[in-house]
Design a protein around this ligand. Structure first.
Ligand code: GLN
Length: 273
């Protein structure tokens, strides 16, 4: 399982989320605290971010470990962005190595990441792959299960599906064909959609800044399991809830879809829960 993180809100330096916190994604590359599959995430990493006034994100990805890349530390310090997706990778057996296989995957305004693995990759997934037109199959960014999931998601996005619907459709397609761990993360720079399906997922409001969605907390602030099983709810601190500056990490129930935008966070049960 890889680890990933998305942010949406006021401009900040990626370093503030990805490097400086005590258990940030940077550290999660060698010492994740909640990872259930795999140990280190040294098979590549990526950062995708949006510059003001440009709806197409930029990416910086590398095939090696994040801690060995001096350029990443510089970029994370000097950039300012309102939205980003970052990931560190632990490659699944049978999946290609290299930069092209490191999340985030991208097309147009979208960035996508996958924590997990699809059983039967690649030999038993012919029927799943056949859901894509041949030209889209040939255009997959890498020979990995994650790139196929991105292809399925992108197909729906290009047909006009909103982010949450695109992820829900991909989860349903995969679940109909095989078993999988499908923690997916998708943004268009204005909103975030994420699934919890087989691994941990958290979100947190940064008072005065925005929203973070992450595989695991990057610090030891309190956690709040919150109402997860009774349909949509807001993830924003309530008036009688945590004090400003003290917002807890909220854990997302397994088999849920999380949606976040400038209005807050909602969590919805996915079919099959
Ligand atoms: N299966 C994907 C890959 O190999 C994701 C791996 C993971 O979540 N560890 O890239």
């Amino acid at each position: 399982m890889c680890r990933h993180l998305a942010y949406l809100g006021e401009p900040l330096a990626p370093q503030d989320l990805l490097v400086t916190p005590p258990y940030a994604l940077y550290r999660q590359s060698w010492a994740p605290r909640e990872q259930r599959h795999g140990t280190v995430n040294a098979d590549g990493f990526g950062l995708g971010w949006y510059a003001d006034g440009d709806e197409v994100p930029a990416r910086y990805r590398r095939a090696g470990p994040i801690w060995a890349d001096a350029a990443f530390a510089d970029l994370a310090r000097v950039l300012r962005t309102r939205a980003l997706v970052a990931a560190v990778r632990s490659a699944t057996t049978g999946c290609a190595a290299g930069e092209a296989a490191a999340a985030p995957f991208a097309a147009g305004p979208w960035l996508f990441s996958h924590n997990g693995a699809v059983a039967g990759w690649p030999g038993d997934l012919g029927a799943l792959a056949a859901l894509l037109p041949p030209e889209e199959l040939l255009a997959l960014e890498a020979h990995t299960d994650s790139a196929l999931l991105w292809g399925l998601t992108l197909h729906r996005l290009r047909a006009g599906a909103p982010l949450g619907e695109a992820l829900t459709g991909t989860v349903a397609d995969v679940a109909a064909h095989t078993t999988a761990r499908l923690n997916l993360l998708l943004t268009d720079g204005r909103s975030i959609a994420a699934t919890a399906w087989g691994d941990t997922l958290y979100h947190r409001t940064l008072p005065g800044l925005g929203t973070v969605v992450a595989s695991e907390p990057y610090d030891d602030r309190p956690q709040d399991d919150g109402p997860q099983d009774d349909g949509p709810h807001t993830g924003r601190p309530q008036a009688d809830g945590p004090r400003a500056g003290d917002s807890p990490w909220q854990r997302t129930a397994d088999r849920s879809l999380l949606l976040a935008d400038s209005g807050g966070v909602t969590v919805h049960p996915l079919p099959g829960r």
